[in-house]
Design a protein around this ligand. Structure first.
Ligand code: CDP
Length: 581
């Protein structure tokens, strides 16, 4: 179908963005016909989210706020997470991406969690589970000895429910499962995905303490604790377990690691309990039944030109950040939560996750290589700025609307700092919203200058990085032959007709060394309240020692978690290219 698009966003939306919007986001009538334009979609979302203003400022013109929200989205400078775009102003009304469900050692509550899983997935959210409280395989159940199926069997129950539900009818939900390294079933858990056709859409992570990591270094044993009794039931050698984790991650990319002590050093509400679980794609640690809605600023659109030179437009960022924070805080008030307990828990802390996308595209425009110290400095500078301004915006909202209800006992009470939101910043993967904005995802390097993107149930879309195309045309090395060859082989770095400075700037994910991936992730993490979603790419030829070194480095450099991916270690990759050098 041909979409009517207003001039304002006509030039901004790429053909791929339109394809995704048509296929997934735009409203349809009963016969499946699309009934709104992208402009109307942004208007629907803006109006709905602006309504929250009425409950705080009856005198304010909701339309004025709605216009601000609309402009932020229609300019593709800020986009909320997919569920907000999909469901705002609709019957579903569920607007958050991230949820954590508790999995206690009780059959009744566990099957409640299965039911909630179905409801959350149906609305487009992803879920984090912590299975560390489930009694080990073979424990007694009631009077029956050796009856417990154990946590890994339970993950398959959740996977069965998840397979049955496709999110909002269009995508499958991401699930993150965490198990403590001290659980007696830990070795079974580490191998749970050794058959890669099992538990697809479940990303497993082993939760490790600082004490465990110290013991990996010293080669000491550590205790396995039965969660049922709290007693030590055995011990394992820390470096042997670490090696098992590394082996599996090398062969399948799974499990990752979660650095749980690091996460809890940033827990804004320790009086509500320890954080034990991360959500869907790893960017958010939440308490049981908490949810969080995300939104991302498009950094590729935050530049200004003066005298032919581009630089970061901090004034533009400063204007946008309070609008984004107000938007995300409003979402909590107009959200239709899947179940009352999630509503109550989420409103206690009012966590939001403002982040960025298009970081690599911004660097390219500035002529900075992703794997350079300049990129690290820029990452820190931008994220520190966004984080400070987001906190300031949350502080101002607290003065206007009151502090988050669990503020007493929080780290902010100790500092005497009113805050509307217990946390403000998160780096999401932005898997789909970055396609809508037409920019590189999250803080990832570009995947390739030219590639075929595998999206939406196997449909393939050709993507030429717009900056690459422009530079190639301006500098006279653009040719159909070059594009065709780059589609079939991602060897930009060895193309002699491409000037060396261009090859350096268009460095792709697989040419960035794992250490540089971790350094960039750490630079962002230093200024993020929650966590950073990032994949550390390894070439196919990487060794197990390479992975072990990066896992260690991630812990030492203060990451909250790490996920690695060795090229072609999984059957289906979200992005495909033929050969990677
Ligand atoms: O770009 P978009 O807003 O669609 O999502 P994202 O930033 O790639 O992912 C944000 C969160 O949405 C993830 O951490 C998951 O919790 C959830 N998600 C999911 O459940 N299923 C997907 N297929 C993609 C994302």
């Amino acid at each position: 179908m041909v979409l009517e698009i207003t001039r304002e966003i006509e030039s901004a939306l790429t053909p791929n963005a339109l394809r995704v919007l048509e296929k997934r986001y735009l409203r349809r009538d009963r016969n499946g016909r699309i009934t709104e334009t992208p402009e109307q979609m942004f208007r629907r979302v803006a109006r709905f989210v602006a309504q929250a203003e009425k409950q705080y400022r009856p005198e304010v013109e909701v339309d004025t706020i709605a216009d601000e929200f609309y402009r932020a989205m229609a300019s593709l400078e800020f986009l909320p997470n997919s569920p907000t775009l999909l469901n705002a102003g609709t019957e579903t009304g569920q607007l958050s991406s991230c949820f954590v469900l508790p999995v206690p050692d009780s059959l009744e509550e566990t099957f409640d969690a299965v039911k909630y899983t179905a409801m959350i997935h149906k609305s487009g959210g992803g879920i984090g589970f912590n299975v560390s409280h489930i009694r080990p395989t073979g424990s007694a159940v009631g009077e029956h000895f050796d009856a417990a199926g154990g946590p890994v069997a339970l993950i398959h129950v959740f996977a069965g429910a998840a397979d049955y539900i496709r999110q909002g009818g269009v995508r499958r939900g991401c699930n993150s499962v965490v198990m403590s390294v001290s659980h007696p079933d830990i070795l079974h858990f580490i191998n749970a995905k050794s058959n890669p056709s099992l538990l697809t859409n479940f990303y497993n992570s082993v939760s490790v303490t600082d004490d465990f990591m110290d013991k990996v270094r010293s080669g000491d044993d550590y205790c396995l604790i039965d969660p049922n009794t709290g007693r030590a039931v055995g011990s394992l050698n820390a470096s042997a377990v670490f090696k098992r984790i590394v082996d599996q991650a090398w062969s399948t990319g799974d499990p990752g690691l979660v650095f749980i002590d690091r996460i809890n050093r940033d827990n804004p509400t320790p009086s509500l309990g320890r954080l034990e679980t991360i959500t869907g794609c790893g960017e958010q640690a939440l308490l049981p039944y908490e949810s969080c809605n995300l939104g991302s600023i498009n950094l590729a659109a935050m530049l200004k030109e003066k005298g032919g030179t581009l630089s970061i437009d901090f004034n533009k960022l400063a204007r946008l950040i309070p609008i984004a924070v107000r938007f995300l805080d409003n979402v909590i008030d107009v959200n239709k939560f899947p179940v009352p307990v999630i509503e109550r828990t989420t409103r206690l802390t009012r966590k939001i996750g403002l982040g960025v996308m298009g970081f690599a595209d911004m660097l390219i425009q500035l002529g900075v290589s992703y794997n350079s110290t300049k990129a690290i400095t820029m990452a820190e500078e931008i994220m520190e700025f966004i984080s400070e301004r987001a906190k300031e915006a949350s502080y101002n909202l607290a003065l206007e609307r009151g502090v988050f209800p669990a503020w007493s006992g929080s780290i902010y009470e100790k500092r005497g700092l009113p805050m509307r939101n217990a946390s403000c910043t998160t780096i999401a993967p932005t898997g789909t919203i970055s396609i809508i904005a037409g920019v590189s995802s999250g803080i990832e390097p570009i995947f390739a200058a030219v590639f075929v993107r595998n999206i939406l149930d196997g449909e393939n879309l050709l993507e030429i990085n717009p900056y690459f195309e422009r530079i190639a045309r301006e500098r006279g090395f653009y040719s159909r032959e070059l594009i065709e060859q780059l589609v079939t082989s991602n060897h930009l770095h060895s193309r002699k007709e491409v000037p060396e400075d261009v090859r350096k700037i268009f460095v792709t994910a697989h040419r960035v060394s794992p250490e540089w991936h971790v350094r960039i992730q750490a630079a962002f993490q230093r200024h993020i309240d929650n966590a950073v979603s990032k994949t550390v790419n390894f070439p196919k030829s990487a060794s197990r020692e390479d992975i072990a070194r990066v896992f260690m480095m991630a812990w030492e450099w203060g990451l909250k978690g790490i996920t690695v991916y060795r090229d072609r270690s999984r059957q289906s990759q979200p992005l495909c290219i033929n050969e990677i050098g």
